[in-house]
Design a protein around this ligand. Structure first.
Ligand code: ATP
Ligand code: MG
Length: 334
């Protein structure tokens, strides 16, 4: 395998809160090769956004605290980078797009001002000459055209409230491209959009990935969204990765009991007579997470071993890793 672009090893992150310590990420192992598209899927609160923010050290510390592990981007130790280098990493190497575009645009400034600031900010972070506003505006117009927005010049003069949700998300994607990043982390980029606009934004991300050779991490609670856009999927449960596999085989034959439950819970439009099944129980509190396998209280196959011993991700089939004591290569969905 080529050297990974991003490598996360045994990463544990906790939040020290007034109620106690939240053990949010519990030993994340993940590697993403250049040009790969990885989807991360999991229920609300399982730590997807915290993990995404960890890549750029965007979790506020405190209350966040790294308990163990390492994150490497192109081999560099992200957790130990000095502030100037982490600023360069943000935007220039790794760009993020978030769930709610309205929150990340300043309502008081025009799109032009915000994009020019981003472009000039990247110039400054790179340590080179900082472009004049007029030159930055030309680049901004090109980027808006690249994300499929018509009449970029008129749009530049607009304020965020004058744009639709889909347009705002496109503007944010254009801003993410400012530093010509190699890794794009999109955290629920379409959750706030209606389904038709969602499909357009996903298609835009897919075309940018192809044309610019971007590496993509796409995060969603919606298995449909990640499976349509990503070649490989990691399934998270309560701060752990429970299974990681190429998308097709994962959907056809999930090996972890939680992935099996997650896939069985998706309604099948071709077979409306089959009622989707829910997973019994609810996600555990991260203040006092279950011992051993965090999924064991909800798992039909749990044994005593699952209560005491945390299962590690192991390769059960080529390219397929599962964190379950009882999963076997012959497992099939129920
Ligand atoms: N700044 C913070 N301070 C304290 N706890 C936090 C903070 N940020 C996140 N958490 C906690 O970390 C856990 C994981 O949150 P995260 O936002 O990563 O979930 P998620 O998987 O992205 O969920 P969703 O699908 O709803 O976006 C939650 O229990 C959350 O309360
Ligand atoms: Mg989130």
């Amino acid at each position: 395998m080529t050297a990974p672009l991003l490598e996360i090893r045994d990463y544990r992150l906790a939040f020290d809160t007034f109620d106690g310590t939240l053990h949010v990420l519990d030993g994340i192992d993940m590697a993403v090769a250049p040009g790969e598209t990885l989807g991360i899927v999991g229920e609300t609160g399982c730590g997807k956004s915290v993990l995404a923010r960890s890549i750029l050290r965007l979790n506020p510390m405190p209350p966040a605290r790294v308990v163990s592990g390492e994150i490497r981007f192109r081999g560099a130790d992200v957790l130990a980078l000095p502030p100037a280098d982490i600023r360069r990493l943000r935007g220039a190497a790794v760009a993020m797009v978030f769930q709610d575009p309205a929150t990340y645009l300043n309502p008081l400034l025009t799109v032009a001002t915000q994009m020019e600031d981003a472009i000039r900010g990247q110039d400054a972070a790179k340590g080179g000459p900082v472009r004049r506003r007029a030159a930055a505006r030309d680049v901004a117009a090109e980027l808006l055209a690249a994300v499929g927005l018509p009449e970029p010049r008129r749009l530049l003069a607009s304020y965020p409230h004058q744009l639709s949700g889909g347009m705002r998300q496109r503007v944010l994607i254009a801003m993410a491209l400012v530093g010509d990043p190699s890794l794009l982390v999109a955290d629920e980029p379409t959750t706030a959009l209606d389904v038709t606009v969602q499909a357009q934004v996903l298609a835009l991300i897919a075309s940018l990935v192809r044309e610019r050779g971007l590496t993509l991490i796409l995060i969603s609670h919606d298995l449909g969204v990640v499976s349509a856009s990503c070649a490989r999927v990691a399934v998270m449960y309560a701060g752990t990765v429970v299974e990681e596999a190429p998308t097709g085989p994962l959907l056809e034959r999930p090996l972890h009991p939680y992935s099996q439950g997650l896939i069985a819970a998706v309604p099948d439009l071709d077979r409306p007579e089959v009622r989707p099944k829910g997973i019994p129980g609810s996600i555990p509190s991260l203040l006092d997470p279950p011992s051993g396998c965090r999924f064991h209280p909800r798992c039909e196959r749990a044994t005593e071993r699952c209560m005491v011993e945390k299962p590690l991700l192991r390769e059960l089939l080529p390219g397929r890793r599962v964190a379950c004591h009882h999963a076997t290569a012959g497992d099939s969905p129920q």
